[in-house]
Design a protein around this ligand. Structure first.
Ligand SMILES: Cc1cc2nc3c(=O)[nH]c(=O)nc-3n(C[C@H](O)[C@H](O)[C@H](O)COP(=O)(O)O)c2cc1C
Length: 333
């Protein structure tokens, strides 16, 4: 068995088979995760890629219910599915396949030959190109046709994508975001957890590196209270805060339920949206605080009609090139 940080592969006899399996595992590991915690174990077992949530990598304070862990693993499963399809195989997917093991979140088994459709190929190609883009976005709107496409992408995973266009709703969500962020920063347990993951000198291939670790909110954006100081060039940093430097499209992925299955589906929907955006040159990042504080999440839900469950708030806009964030290395053992 070959082990990797977070990735375990069974050795295969045929080199080509091994390469194909490694491609699938790498696709899974490219998924986004809160604090780049990479809260999964990916393994090739028998004839399928298995995705196991790793409770030791859960953010106990920011994510006590493992909702974000499941979103990340749902995104990893979607990546594996797309990678299987890009290899020209059917992708047979099971979510929560073992009722006795709550951390066994899903498996994808490559099946018989079936060429990928155009959109599947496009999204699979976008997997290694998608990176969280924390640059300010100007207010240029996304074309209506592209917004429809993003909404359809979420719909493929039985979720909804709602764009926040109403000025009052945007203002209220901004205020809820600021409140949640202040609450989290005032909690010593949250700060301690943050310091274990963000800018920690011992972390190389997970968490956010030191250069991402500026703690103070950037003055130019209410939508990026937690941008980790991002990896933008110094020229961007010296730009004076204008108070309106960041005017992104804001969209929320909503699910019809709020249990483990719904979280996995929402993670897949989130990733469908992110990859569709990447394929069209649109940058994206996350606004997690208002959904991490339970009482604030209830208010966000009420703000959006009170029926569906908000799972991810996304910032979208015309992006710039972004450096990739590290992933756990394949030790090749
Ligand atoms: C559920 C979730 C919440 C996230 N929340 C934030 C956030 O609040 N602020 C932020 O800058 N990035 C956030 N991220 C992005 C992660 O930091 C990012 O995915 C990780 O560092 C890996 O980098 P990559 O997305 O460029 O591959 C979030 C990601 C996920 C999946």
């Amino acid at each position: 068995m070959a082990a990797a940080g977070g990735i375990v592969t069974m050795r295969e006899d045929r080199a080509s088979g091994t390469t194909a399996v490694i491609e699938l595992l790498r696709a899974g590991a490219s998924a986004p995760s809160s604090h780049n915690s990479q809260p999964w174990r990916l393994q090739w077992h028998h004839d399928a890629v298995e995705v196991h949530g790793d409770p030791d990598r859960r953010l106990e304070v920011a994510d006590p219910d493992a909702r974000e862990l499941r979103l990340a693993c749902g995104a990893a499963l979607l990546n594996v599915r797309l990678a299987v399809r890009a290899q020209g195989r059917r992708a047979h997917t099971q979510l929560l396949p073992d009722p006795a093991d709550r951390w066994f979140l899903g498996r994808v088994r490559p099946g018989s030959v079936l060429p990928a459709s155009l959109w599947e190929s496009e999204l699979a190609t976008a997997i290694p190109r998608r990176h969280t883009d924390r640059h300010p976005f100007d207010g240029r709107p996304l074309p209506a046709a592209l917004r429809d496409q993003l909404a359809r992408a979420a719909g493929r995973e039985s979720c909804r994508l709602v764009f926040l266009t109403d000025a009052r709703q945007r203002r209220e969500l901004r205020e809820l975001t600021a409140r949640a962020h202040r609450q989290q920063r005032a909690d010593p347990a949250f700060v301690a957890e943050w310091e274990r993951w963000i800018g920690h000198p011992a972390r190389e291939d997970d968490g956010l590196p030191r250069e991402h670790a500026q703690r103070a909110p950037r003055a130019d954006s209410a939508w990026r209270p937690r941008d980790f100081g991002d990896a933008v060039a110094d020229t961007d940093r010296t730009a004076p805060p204008t108070g309106s430097g960041d005017d992104p499209t804001v969209a929320v992925v909503l699910s019809y339920d709020d249990g483990p299955l719904a979280h996995l589906r929402a993670g897949a929907a989130m990733q469908q949206v992110l990859l569709t955006a990447t394929a069209h040159g649109v940058g994206s990042s996350f606004v997690a605080p208002p959904l991490e504080v339970a009482a604030v999440r209830d208010e966000v839900r009420a703000l959006l009609g009170g029926v569906l469950w908000p799972q991810v708030v996304l910032r979208l806009g015309w992006g710039r090139p972004v450096h990739p964030t590290p992933r756990r290395r394949d030790t090749g053992a």
